[in-house]
Ligand binder design. Structure first.
Ligand SMILES: N[C@@H](CCC(=O)N[C@@H](CS)C(=O)NCC(=O)O)C(=O)O
Length: 173
């Protein structure tokens, strides 16, 4: 990672968002900042109750699925120094990822709403879509295993903004 980037984010992680003179890191904070740029869109929920649920989702996705699951699978060195046990760490991480997908699918099925937080699109849906696509990338059959999650993802994939974003996306790994 270039030193120029490390000066921007000393944590040496993406994503990073620059708004004016502010440099913002961490997904829940970045999505909050994006939402504030366009308040009418209510991208962090339409009321306090939905906003609370949005943060509940984002912290789970960020801390457990991303940090423990994908962190362990793609960066086992974050968890152990001894490279000979990387396979164990990766296997456990893959199980964590699948447990998270089962939990997400169950939560979406139980809620039975159009989106993850109520009846309108939020930043949580965007983050959920990333992990659906990552699941496919690591060869999990997302559509067969997690039908409610897959149904949401397929609706999201048809959104104009998602189509445009995927065209400009540069893969980091
Ligand atoms: N807690 C951070 C996690 C960010 C993160 O782990 N980013 C990964 C990419 S998916 C990264 O930059 N990894 C680079 C590395 O580990 O060298 C967030 O929510 O934004």
């Amino acid at each position: 990672m270039p030193e120029e980037f490390a000066r921007l984010n000393p944590k040496r992680k993406v994503p990073v968002l620059a708004v004016g003179d502010q440099v913002i890191t961490e997904m829940p904070a970045i999505l909050t900042a994006i939402s504030a740029l366009s308040p009418d869109r209510k991208l962090m929920g339409k009321d306090t109750s939905e906003t609370v649920r949005a943060y509940e989702w984002l912290n789970y996705l960020s801390g457990t699925l991303h940090g423990q699951g994908y962190g362990g699978l793609w960066r086992p060195g974050r968890f152990v120094n001894n490279a000979s046990v990387y396979p164990d760490v990766k296997e456990k991480a893959r199980q964590t990822i699948k447990n998270c997908y089962t939990f997400i699918d169950g939560k979406l099925k139980e809620a039975n709403t159009a989106y993850s937080v109520g009846d309108s699109f939020t930043g949580v849906d965007a983050f959920l879509l990333v992990f659906y696509l990552w699941g496919i990338r690591i060869k999990i059959d997302m559509d067969a295993g997690y039908p409610s999650y897959a149904a949401l993802a397929h609706r999201l994939l048809e959104r104009e903004s998602v189509i445009v974003a995927r065209k400009v996306h540069v893969r980091m790994t």
